[in-house]
Design a protein. Sequence first.
Lengths: 102, 575
Amino acid sequence: MSKKMSTQEILEDKDFQLLSSQKLSISTILTILELVLYFGFIALIAFNKPFLSQKLSGAITVGIPIAVGTIVLSWIFTGIYIRWANNTYDVLVKKVKEKIGG
Amino acid sequence: MPQATQTIIGQFNPVAVMFFLLFVLSTLAITYWAAKRTRTTKDFYAAGRSVTGFQNGLALAGDYMSAASFLGIAGLVSTKGYDGLIYSVGWLVGWPIIMFLISEPLRNLGKYTFADVVAYRLRQRPIRAAAAAGSLVTVLTYLIAQMVGAGTLIKLMFGLPFELAVVLVGTLMISYVIFGGMIATTWVQIIKATLLLGGATLLVVMTMAQFGFSYGNLFAQAEKLYTNKFLEPGGLITSPLDAFSLGLALMFGTAGLPHILMRFYTVPDARQARKSVFVATGFIGYFYILTVTIGFGAAVLVGRDVIMSIDKGGNMAGPMLAEVLGGNLFLGFLAAVAFATILAVVSGLTLAGASAFSHDLFVGVIRRGVAAEKEEVKVAKIATVGLGITAMLLGILFKGQNVAFLVGLTFAIAASANFPALLMSITWKKFTTNGAVYSIYTGLFMATILIVLSPTVWVDIVHKSEKAVVEKEVKTLEEASKAKITALETEKATSKNLPAIDTSIAAEKQQAEVRIKEAKAKMPKAIFPLKNPGIFSMAAAFLVGILFSLFGREKEAEAKYEDEKLRSYIGIGAE
């Protein structure tokens, strides 16, 4: 590959640093949110069964929308990541690539 | 309310056979078409990297939604209610982790297997050997569980002998993989995922039509039949530590399954890789919500006792519901879909195992990274046949055994041997060859040994007969005490000396409690108390990886980290 910049230069490039630090923080934050979501659900089951057993409406207990919500929220998190990656990350990657000329 | 009293499940079902033949013929036609397009290693392992993000998302869903989750979770919900729902949540939460931490670097850094990534800047041979061991054990344990499940389910649904079912599944799976490689496997997954999602959707629509399309009505009926306990968390989670441990294994095990990781090399770039996770997570989540609905629907419309009379684990809840609502035609269709599901999952597993053998062990270790493409593909095909036959033999050997622990083991090993090394190699500059190798072997051995010493194997399998003796004794004691109390109570109705009888009832209750407690104390105890070792084996793998890396620096690996970082983030030089 023909590069206009050395690896060191690219790593020190502002756009690359922005892109890598943003990606790291977004990935970390979303991973932590997912862990909190799932293990929070498990903790509720382990430590507070009565809360989940409360009736919400009719026969439906609080636990049912919480479980389904965990599934749906997990998917929404992946959607948030995709949105960020498509709108911000890919743009920065393109910018850096143009600088390198690769 | 329709109650199924008679079922044709387990009998020869011409409709099911017809649908199944249709599936086999069309997938074999695709395999023939794929075979003509499979020449290079890139075609064989990665479908020429020509799969789109959406297609790969469907294929990932196809790889992941096994017959065990389709039939098993519906069965668990239909017999245990809310607990089945808890279980299904655990199967989904690993996917976001794959997206946030793994998918893009994996795609940018690797070529065909996840070992490519771990070995990117480390010494090739020891890493390849260790990663191949991790992959092969994961694949093989999962494959055996699937094979035994396949034989049992097909026997239950079609009345076909266990051995014949295993051989049939094995032969078809080998054919897809050796002739059509990843191209055929991908299309088998896509077709299967579409059929499964379509069939489950149809079943849910027909179910909900019975309840005026209102979940409120469905749950109200379920509550009426099985009390409010059915809609509350029950006995699935007793010890919090056990629950966390299983949760960790499920979550990070998903991100360490070789056949899932391998699929990311079939798309052209990191953008498509992440898109495929989004699509897969959506479909899998949707599928679990359908499955849970099917479970509750079956509990109401078929009835828990009827379901359990066919299969104690409730595995036939879905098919029985289909029979009640759509007759023989729908049952036949769904049975064929379940069969297709099994086939697709084992094909993906076999291809991943064969790749670990040929790409990592043969080329990476034996040939030190140099081999002609033709030879590599040939070795992969031989490995496919070898692995397929091994899986069939072990499947038959494990016939009638309790293999539930194998699935737990698969996820524990994937989370402990594969995931930590993969994550550290992507993110940590100071990670070394020794760190990776010892981390993988620690995860592998700890997970395996602790599972053997855990209640699932040590009590349920190794000390099965002792456990049965104690259970029988407890049951006898309970029944004897119950009979005694009933007798005393009958006496109470006619007797005048009420206080004396009340005292005897209380005394009897107390004595029985002591006796039962004594009997229960004789229950064989597991050496390792948790059902799933995830929390310990994963922590140990990380710890060993970190310690070995800190105590022996590897300058060469550190120097290459910058190139790795560049490629990982922006995909320069990605294949």
